[in-house]
Design a protein around this ligand. Structure first.
Ligand SMILES: Nc1ncnc2c1ncn2[C@@H]1O[C@H](COP(=O)(O)OP(=O)(O)OP(=O)(O)O)[C@@H](O)[C@H]1O
Ligand SMILES: [Mg+2]
Length: 436
């Protein structure tokens, strides 16, 4: 098959070879002069080796072969060998080795990418946050609750916690609770058995199962449907669950990190989020401060992103002039770090020489500037071919009301301004939609 083969007559000799090089594949006999095949598998496992092992067995040892598979052997071939079959097994095994190495390399890249130093910030509030993140990373079973406005770095922190914990070699899986219907979300989290519901054509493992040993990140937890909240609570209490339509209890060891950019206390008061679940999730809370409250960090981050994009776009070093920095500090950053990153990306693309000036910065309204509401050009909206239910315009109104109230943290005067309403008319509309 064009492969290089190195033989070893016993484990001592094999050990010496393995210390010097990492083979793509190991053929292992059951009875070695100084070990059994099972001993060797145990030792390889302890060394955290990714190398694929194929066991060579006679019919008399098939039972141990099953045991060997449990210990992580890839497959076994029985003696005497069928050459065709053997070559097929080798091909598949080599592919598995390649994939395992790729996964290992990608995990290493992630670890480099999400080191503690990937979080930029010197503001005192960020210093406290660094300490918390380091502590939480160390205690790898602690449930963590992240809160902060959109774009403040919740996703980033969740990954940093994972990749700096001793779970780093295991999966980090991420699910956004808003994105799916209740049934789909449940099967996504807990998996399902074949035939559990109409579309369940095959058995499927859920994210909790796939993340065993690692971390599950539940994003936008505030939007989780109530029925699922009860199931999640039960899982957090017992660390066990059943697949949808399943009878067997499955145990897994995962750390749960959840996040929300909403006012969860309000959701609890409004009966939309279970208080008992909140206490389970909220063992340690990490609160991410909004960018506008981080003072000098705005400049620090701006320069960080400029360096990043200059490198990416293969441009020489770019600096930001003083007037531009002032403009950045005066802006309110409703989209926080994400918005700053996008503004700086664009600035690096736009700026003509090696210096970013205020003209290169396209930001929304500054805090001090008077507001003028954006107008939608209705002529640009097309009636969809299948038509449109005009009664749904009420829902659009509700959607805009909610967003306005969220953005200004329920300050009615400010929300009224955003929506070009008097405060009374805003209250009338909120009442109409049951929001008061
Ligand atoms: N302190 C920071 N240092 C460096 N980059 C940051 C920092 N905070 C956030 N970022 C970057 O800003 C972007 C937005 O952050 P992230 O996606 O973590 O926000 P989020 O809080 O999850 O927002 P949302 O609530 O909208 O999901 C990402 O590219 C992230 O890497
Ligand atoms: Mg996020």
């Amino acid at each position: 098959m064009g492969l290089e083969a190195v033989g070893a007559g016993n484990w001592a000799e094999a050990s010496r070879i393995l210390a010097e090089r990492e083979p793509d594949l190991i053929f292992l006999d059951f009875k070695l002069p100084d070990r059994t095949g099972l001993d060797v598998l145990r030792e390889l496992r302890q060394r955290d080796s990714d190398t694929v092992v194929i066991l060579m067995t006679a019919y008399s040892t098939i039972e141990s072969a099953v045991e060997a598979i449990k210990l992580g052997a890839y497959d076994y071939v029985s003696k005497p060998f069928q050459m065709e079959e053997l070559m097929l097994t080798v091909d598949k095994a080599l592919e598995t080795t390649r994939l395992r190495r790729e996964v290992r390399e990608m995990r290493q890249q992630m670890r480099d990418q999400f080191g503690m130093d990937s979080i930029i910030g010197r503001h005192p509030s960020m210093q406290r946050l660094f300490e918390m993140v380091a502590q939480v990373a160390k205690s790898s079973a602690t449930t963590v609750f992240l809160r902060g406005e959109t774009g403040t770095g919740k996703d980033l922190i969740a990954r940093v916690v994972h990749y700096n914990s001793d779970r780093a070699a295991k999966p980090f899986v991420n699910i956004t609770c808003t994105a799916l219907s209740e049934t789909l979300l449940e099967s996504e989290l807990f998996g399902h058995e074949r035939g559990a519901f109409t579309d369940a054509k095959t058995q499927k493992k859920g994210l909790f199962e796939l993340a065993d040993g690692g971390t599950v990140f539940l994003d936008e937890i505030g939007d989780m449907p109530p029925a699922l909240q009860a199931k999640l609570l039960r899982f957090l209490e017992e660390r066990r669950f059943r697949r949808v339509g399943g009878v067997r209890e499955i145990n897994v060891d995962v750390r749960v990190i959840s996040a929300t950019n909403r006012d969860i206390e309000k959701a609890i008061q409004g009966g939309k989020f279970r208080e008992d679940l909140f206490y389970r999730l909220n063992v340690v809370t990490i609160e991410l401060p909004p960018l506008r409250a981080r003072g000098e960090d705005i400049r620090l981050l701006a320069q960080h992103f400029v360096n990043l994009y200059a490198r990416e776009f293969k441009r020489p070093a770019v600096r930001i002039d003083e007037a531009a920095l002032r403009k950045l500090s005066e802006y309110s950053w409703p989209g926080n770090v994400r918005e700053l990153r996008n503004v700086m990306e664009r600035a690096v693309l736009l700026c003509r020489n090696e210096c970013i000036t205020p003209e290169d910065l396209v930001v929304g309204r500054s805090l001090s500037q008077p507001t003028s509401l954006s107008a939608i050009d209705f002529g640009s909206i097309d009636l969809p071919p299948e038509g449109f239910d005009v009664e749904k315009l009420q829902d659009l109104e509700l959607h805009l009301l909610k967003q306005a109230m969220d953005r200004v943290k329920n300050n009615q005067t400010q929300a009224a301004k955003l929506l070009n309403l008097s405060r009374d008319r805003l209250r009338y509309r909120l009442q109409k939609h049951g929001m008061l």
